[in-house]
Ligand binder design. Structure first.
Ligand SMILES: [Zn+2]
Ligand SMILES: [Zn+2]
Length: 235
């Protein structure tokens, strides 16, 4: 009996038309993707090809196609999703946001099928580039761009932070409509925020005194933003 690998290769070859770039599947398909029956089960042809020529695919890992051709089974055009997450985003040179290019939900957050589950894309990026997300915590945007996946624009917050943040953003958007989140607060208000904080008011209390997001206030208090306006005090 010939080895199993050879016979699978032969069967795959029978249904594959190789071009200079893509290898096109000409056998059966399901939802546009090539399928082949192996051990009594119909399996995605591109995954079988990938495992044959590249590596074993970890359980639940999705394959990403860089040619976006559903019928292509060329292993060189396929990568494990986690290796190529950047492929799903476009870096905006102006804002530094990493904008999600694929599907979004009704709130305009990027959605990704990740290890077998539908997830919010920015959370997947946060976990890959920064850290695990503790149970019950939200990942919030400092840039106010829900499609953004730049880990530098993401921070952990509680549900309450997020709701306050959203309310403030809505209010700000209504009254001003400026794009850059940090630009919304005036110099005078920054000085007032710092003064309150230096007098011993907690960040949360300061936050309630002003009409800005928790993060805007927080970053001013810890001198992360508006560094040229730092006044001597608690730091
Ligand atoms: Zn291809
Ligand atoms: Zn951003």
């Amino acid at each position: 009996m010939p080895p199993l690998k050879a016979s699978i290769e032969e069967r795959l070859a029978k249904y594959t038309k190789k071009t200079d770039t893509c290898w096109l599947w000409i056998g059966a398909t399901c939802e546009g993707y090539g399928i082949i029956g192996i051990k009594g089960q119909s399996s995605p042809a591109r995954r079988i090809y990938y495992e044959l020529y590249k590596n074993k695919i970890p359980a639940h890992e999705c394959l990403l196609s860089i040619c976006k051709n559903k019928l292509c089974v060329n292993p060189d055009h396929h990568f494990l999703q986690d290796e190529k997450l950047e492929f799903y985003i476009k870096k905006n040179d102006l804002t530094n946001c990493w904008e999600w290019l694929r599907n979004t939900n009704n709130k305009n957050y990027g959605m990704i099928c990740h290890k077998g589950k539908m997830r919010l894309a920015h959370r997947v990026f946060y976990e890959k580039y920064k850290n695990e997300i503790p149970r019950g915590m939200n990942v919030c945007h400092s840039c106010d761009n829900s499609k953004c996946c730049n880990p530098e624009h993401l921070f952990l917050g509680t549900q309450a932070d997020n709701v306050h943040d959203m309310e403030n953003k809505k209010r700000d958007n209504k009254s001003k409509g400026e794009k850059h989140f940090k630009a919304k607060i005036s110099k005078k208000e920054v000085m007032e925020v710092r003064k309150k904080f230096n007098e011993g008011t907690t960040i949360r209390e300061v936050y309630h005194l002003f009409n800005y997001s928790y993060q805007t206030i927080y970053y001013i208090c810890i001198n992360k933003t508006w560094k040229h306006l730092i006044i001597l005090g608690r730091h």
